[in-house]
Design a protein around this ligand. Sequence first.
Ligand code: PEP
Length: 247
Amino acid sequence: MRTPIIAGNWKMNKTIEEAIHIVNEIKNSLIEDVETVVCVPFTSLKEVKKELAGTKLKLGAQNMHWEESGAFTGEISPLMLKEIGVDYVIIGHSERRQYFNETDETVNKKIKAALKHNIIPIVCVGETLEQREANMENEIVKAQIVKAFEDIEAEEMANIVVAYEPIWAIGTGKTATKEEANDMISFIRKTIMDKYDKEISDKIRIQYGGSVKPSNISEIMEQSDIDGALVGGASLKPDEFIKLISF
Ligand code: PEP
């Protein structure tokens, strides 16, 4: 039995003051047995962590470097996130791949660094519209998964979450149909089974992301292979996010 996980990706939104307000709106509306995560900007992590004390709401970052320290101007290390008490980190979001040259190789390094520091990576994969129109989505996503998990040991897979986010559905209002999302997520599970084994592929949690909102969360969560959602836009509005976690 996989515990559902709903994570909000706030992206580059909200000041510290606004972040505190949002988490205070949602922290008392959590649902038993639904793991809930807020991935806030770096600047708000420490203050938000304080607000979450005594609640089950988990804290996530949206990126990190793979080195612990060094001459990497502008970067944040796993040690720094661990010091704050971050539980999760989004790795390889398509916006980072698209605008900040994130590659499958850097994704792999970051996953290893997160695991080393006991931060659970939410590993994002997904195809572009052109790739889907050319019927290449399985090939693309399989390659992303295989490269992301290169040299990751079987026992470490229990500490990883995958998010399937078709790029054409992110922030566009266009959601993959529930069948498209479930088919790809089953395919990801099979790819993980082929690399590891059935026990691991049955256990790993795989989210769908891409224009998830209160009106479509139920049908997404009803799918056999979908274990949760990574949510952008709708996670910024407390009332919508509360509806999402109460799917
Ligand atoms: C995301 O940023 O991961 C995302 C899925 O965004 P949105 O829900 O706004 O499409």
